[in-house]
Design a protein around this ligand. Structure first.
Ligand code: PRP
Ligand code: URA
Length: 210
């Protein structure tokens, strides 16, 4: 079966992810980097948006020229850390609607817990781009996408900055119909289910909490 994930190979994305990993990178710079990488990855993730030819009048003549067509876009960050990726996508697609799914991972069991969900209507008529910087065990992403499908979402993409092989395997197997965009694939999870080498706790680094 064809793989449903894409690992970024652009040097700009690689460089910026290396800066994110650096523990000396402070909150302000971290946020700006997440924003920039999300925009670069969004360019890739939205490459299959359908277009249709429309008539435009240039200063010289009328012509038929392509514009984005078909399904409208919804960006759905998984709270909290996915929020940091939203503006990068909205810079590319300013008319996209934004939903939110709140999920936190239990520190002991690493199981996901949902605490908030609000999706734009009609979700079944939209391309849904779910964002979360970290795909670790995959529990949060699988839960979020289950929820979107239960509410009618049928054209779903997932975008993360770092993935562990465990999480990528789990998400890909649970939802083989979605497209998964990964900034970089890391080595493994540690015993606390953190991605190694990783970048630490993405939410804390974006929001300056501890
Ligand atoms: C982090 C991260 C993902 C999740 C990934 O969120 O942003 O949502 O963990 O782990 P998983 O693949 O094992 O489910 P966290 O639970 O720390 O919440 P936060 O974003 O509010 O800090
Ligand atoms: N969540 C994070 O923020 N970082 C990890 O490495 C794993 C889960």
């Amino acid at each position: 079966m064809k793989e449903n994930f894409f690992i970024m190979d652009h040097p700009l994305i690689k460089h910026k992810i290396s800066l994110l990993r650096d523990k000396r990178t402070g909150t302000n710079e971290f946020r700006a980097l997440v924003n920039e990488i999300s925009m670069l990855m969004g360019y890739e993730a939205l490459r299959d948006l359908p277009t249709e030819n429309v008539e435009i009048e240039t200063p010289l003549e009328k012509c038929m020229t392509p514009m984005i067509a078909g399904k409208k876009l919804a960006v759905v960050p998984i709270l909290r850390a996915g929020l940091g990726m939203t503006n990068g996508i909205l810079a590319l697609a300013p008319t996209a609607k934004v939903g939110h799914i709140g999920i936190y991972r239990d520190e002991e069991t690493h199981e996901p817990h949902e605490y908030f969900c609000k999706l734009p209507d009609p979700i079944e008529e939209r391309i849904v781009l779910v964002t979360d910087p970290m795909l670790a065990t995959g529990g949060s992403a699988v839960t979020a996408i289950n929820f979107i499908k239960e509410h009618g979402g049928n054209h779903i993409k997932f975008m993360c900055l770092l993935a562990a092989p465990e999480g990528l395997g789990k998400l890909s197997a649970a939802h083989p119909d979605i497209q998964i965009y990964v900034g970089q694939l890391d080595r493994e999870l540690n015993e606390d289910a953190y991605i190694c080498p990783g970048l630490g706790d993405a939410g804390d680094r974006i929001f300056g909490t501890k």
